[in-house]
Design a protein around this ligand. Sequence first.
Ligand SMILES: Nc1ncnc2c1ncn2[C@@H]1O[C@H](COP(=O)(O)OP(=O)(O)O)[C@@H](O)[C@H]1O
Ligand SMILES: [Mg+2]
Length: 457
Amino acid sequence: MSPHLTTKEDQKLTDLPPEHLGLDHAGEEVWIDVIQKMDEVYADLVQSQSDLEDKNAKLEEADAFIRSVLGAMTDVLIVCDAAGHIQQVNPELLKITGRDEQPLIGSSFVELFCEDSRSKAAGFLDFLVQGKDIAPCDVGILVPDGPPAIVSLSCTPRRDHRGRLAGLVAVGRPIGELRRAYRELASAHRQLSEAHERLLVSEKMAALGRLVAGVAHELNNPISFVFGNMYALKRYGSAINKYLTACNAETSRHEMELLRKELKIDKIARDIEPLVDGTLEGAVRVRDIVADLRRFSSSQQEALETFNLVRLVHTAVDWVIKAQRTKPKIVVNAPDVLDVTGRKGQMHQILVNLVQNAADVVGGREDGEIQISCACENGMVVIRVADNGTGIAPEEMDKLFEPFFTTKPIGSGTGLGLYVSYNMAVKQGGDLRAANRPEGGAEFTLWIPEQGQPNDR
Ligand SMILES: Nc1ncnc2c1ncn2[C@@H]1O[C@H](COP(=O)(O)OP(=O)(O)O)[C@@H](O)[C@H]1O
Ligand SMILES: [Mg+2]
């Protein structure tokens, strides 16, 4: 407050007795009027001064508030007029550009940017003048040393109180940090996927280890009848050779007849075809088992193929059960053929897991039984694997599909079978669920789309 102005506490001129001022009565009256008016003017002046000071304080408060907000922004802010001259920036921009505020104010907005981004920046104002929207875009802001700082810039028009275009407000989000965070995230994700892949392989290898005996048994069957057939064919070959030698050696017709009977040439002629067919069948069986084995153990990504799911169920059962010391009773309730299109190796792995778990839980029991059913329901193949084992304890129901959850002794279980099977089923657009059967034992139900999607992974 100015020191020459009175306050309410100051003594007013009208409070002084008139004789102190040396005036007659009329003059006195006029003088008092003047003095009263002056007092009123002073009072008004004092009031305006006090109002002004209040407003000033509020303005300073608002300014401090705006500055604190601008200072707290991690994005850069640039406000410029319609001619492209900078009117306001925030501390983040000063930090990035390494420049002081004062020289920046009034300078060109476009010159904040690196060579490559200047034409884009110059276009922002033109766009606003034409009333077009500006899509956020990446631009480079010049920094004192080093490459430009890339920001994702969004521009919006600024209008005056009459709604006319007054300039633009540009907000830029530094994306260098975002990109780094994204790269780190992508690398963590890659590591996780690799770890997941390794888990899949280790589960497969553990399953294979347990299957070896069953697969060897499976291979033995066709190999032994290929051997048997080959020995028979060898015997037949020598008999035919003997007969042909006699033919060439001018042997009499009668002797030839006797030899033909002795060497059972007619039986040989009848047997050869089925023997060769049987041998071929055995060789095909061996080839198929090896192909199944290779597909099962492969870590390559599989293509979709159409196959008979019921045969795959039988193969999985054979591989598992042949390796069991006490063989449970197996009941398969399925049509002869159920063609599905999917990832055969993965399906095989899921089926082996489910049958192996069922075989484990009924293992060693004379009355152990595993029931398997396959059917098609609304475009889904539904496979149920049920056993008459101990069932699943209620507190374990939620943990079954977690990785490494196992109740089996070390060496028998990895705890990965159901985890891997569930993930493979879901990735193919299916599902896998566990339940206890009312009559005792557990039942696992697997749903897989009849026609798999090529992009299911
Ligand atoms: N048919 C089943 N009956 C009872 N429990 C089961 C059955 N199948 C799986 N489980 C339980 O789920 C656990 C996890 O199974 P899985 O993921 O295949 O791992 P693993 O067989 O290596 O233990 C098993 O250890 C067992 O406790
Ligand atoms: Mg298992």
